[in-house]
Design a protein around this ligand. Structure first.
Ligand SMILES: [Zn+2]
Length: 212
């Protein structure tokens, strides 16, 4: 083979590999501990008829960080100034890391958002009052928000469990990653602070999706 042809072939192989890598790149969003609240609980915490005010938009369309924060308290410990994420939900939900759960002295299970059965309660304290939610504290199961067009492009289905490869100084493989597909989502993988630190990842870094 001519040298020129060899170079062309190698270049094509490298470019194919790179575009493959490009295709499976998922941006990271790191979630700090936060609270979702029901309207009823919001009104206990902040007053009758209270409406959340927006501090900043999150990457997921319609989701926002509110200006409002609450204290979350358990017998063993508490965290002050825990941000509320809007909009309002059907049920209040507290998302913490495993490290947080040790500091609070509760056994929060790793669960998908909204799956609150058999999860511990916590006290939420706002400027107007406090509410003890009976259940709803979870360590969020790591997941990827995915729009349908992208899911189709890479051949992944809703609720599929995939792996991602993390790069950099603490490179590794994260398994048990739940894929959630909706036309309301933009492409982003959500991990908590423990996971981010374990892999030395920060917002807008990316990981490579690997189908199992
Ligand atoms: Zn999420």
């Amino acid at each position: 083979m001519q040298t020129e042809e060899t170079i062309k072939l190698v270049t094509k192989l490298v470019m194919d590999k790179l575009s493959d890598l490009e295709k499976y790149k998922i941006p990271i969003g790191v979630s700090n501990r936060h609270v979702h609240v029901s309207q009823a609980d919001l009104e206990v915490l902040f007053g009758k008829g209270y409406v959340l005010t927006k501090k900043s938009d999150l990457k997921q369309p319609g989701q926002f960080a509110a200006n409002e924060t609450v204290t979350i308290r358990c017998q063993k410990g508490e965290f002050k100034k825990v941000r509320i994420l809007g909009p309002i939900r059907e049920r209040s939900q507290v998302e913490i890391s495993l490290t947080d759960s040790f500091r609070l002295g509760i056994k929060a299970p790793i669960k998908e958002s909204g799956h609150l059965e058999n999860t511990p309660g916590v006290e939420l304290i706002g400027p107007n009052g406090s509410v003890k939610i009976e259940q709803g504290t979870i360590v969020a199961l790591r997941h990827i928000h995915m729009p349908p067009e992208y899911a189709e492009k890479i051949g992944v289905k809703d609720k599929e469990i995939v792996e991602v490869e993390t790069l950099g100084e603490r490179e590794g493989i994260l398994g048990n990653v739940l894929v959630r597909i909706s036309d309301k989502f933009s492409l982003e993988m959500h991990i908590d602070i423990d996971e981010a630190n374990a892999c030395a990842l920060k917002n807008n870094d990316f990981v490579i999706l690997r189908k199992i």
